[in-house]
Write a protein that binds this ligand. Structure first.
Ligand SMILES: O=c1[nH]c(=O)c2nn[nH]c2[nH]1
Length: 295
């Protein structure tokens, strides 16, 4: 046997960093969870217990803290690229660093109508993620994402005209609840090195805001004929709004809310246009995904 692929490192490295603007008296916080996995000439550490090629995962963890201390931690695309580049530059036998950064939400509190200088709320479990592959020979490939943005609309969603056969029980509907946990990601065109990432820095936050705004606006306003079609419209608009992005990926669970027929109770009407009380379903759920590439 031989090792066909190997990567190792430290996962679930939680990092918090505060920026203190003493002049303005305003503090800003960033909290993230980092995973950093290395690839390279490391097979002998698996096949021959040769630890001389192993940068200990503990040292990788230490490097994450030091890199966070000495560099910007935002935008996460930049921090991930700086961190990954460190390993390629420092260790000749390490050829790829796979860095995932999950940034958690700390929304600045508004107290008496004013942004508070140093207090924040975790207003949802939504996260902003980055997965970067920093490779000595292939350059830097970055995928950014919005994950865990849970949304619901109480109307403005239909689903009819689908295959009807001996397996079908789902009634057609012209007015249903639509709810999903958005997982949207966009792949940047691969860049040569860290310098090229730094040139892109102003675009990373803009792209995240555009992708999030487009997703919410279309979700709310589209008279949805299906999750598939609404998802495609989101991809189209993101590809137009963010030219440096080559591919947009969505994965949307369809979190069903079932009507409850209460007619057995004194003829109580609670279906179709009379439906008001529904049963939210934990599962099964639909799962609709797509990858859309600019022309
Ligand atoms: O939007 C939807 N897409 C589907 O493919 C589907 N299948 N059942 N309900 C559905 N809703």
């Amino acid at each position: 046997p031989y090792v066909s692929a190997a990567r190792y490192g430290k996962d679930n490295v939680r990092v918090y960093k505060v920026h203190r603007d003493t002049e303005a008296g305003v503090q800003t916080v960033t909290e993230m969870t980092v995973c950093c996995l290395l690839e390279g000439e490391i097979d002998t550490s698996y096949t021959e217990a040769d630890n001389s090629v192993v940068v200990a995962t503990d040292s990788i963890k230490n490097t994450i803290y030091i890199t966070a201390k000495e560099n910007p931690v935002t935008p996460p695309e930049l921090f991930a690229s700086i961190l990954g580049s460190h390993f390629i530059e420092k260790y000749a036998h390490i050829h790829v660093a796979n860095v995932k950064v999950v940034t958690h939400r700390w929304a600045r509190m508004e107290i008496d109508g004013k942004p508070h200088p140093h207090s924040f709320i975790k207003d949802s479990d939504e996260v902003r993620n980055v997965e970067a592959r920093i490779s000595r020979k292939d350059g830097i490939a970055i995928k950014s994402a919005i994950v865990g943005l849970t949304v619901l609309k109480s109307t403005g969603s239909a689903f009819h005209g689908f295959v009807r056969d001996e397996y079908t029980t789902l009634p057609e509907t012209w007015d249903r609840i639509l709810s999903t946990d958005v997982d949207a990601s966009w792949k940047w065109k691969t860049v040569e090195n860290l310098e090229a990432v730094q040139a892109l820095v102003p675009k990373f936050d803009e792209a995240w805001k555009s992708a999030r705004d487009i997703t919410l606006k279309l979700f709310a306003e589209d008279e949805s004929a299906s999750v598939q079609n609404t998802m495609y419209k989101m991809c189209e608009e993101i590809l137009v709004a963010v030219p440096d992005v080559a591919t947009v990926i969505y994965e949307l669970p369809n979190k069903h809310y079932f009507e409850i027929d209460l007619s057995w109770h004194k003829g109580l009407k609670n279906t179709g246009k009379d439906a008001e009380v529904y049963a939210p379903q934990s599962g099964p759920n639909g799962l609709i995904s797509s990858e859309t590439i600019s022309a």
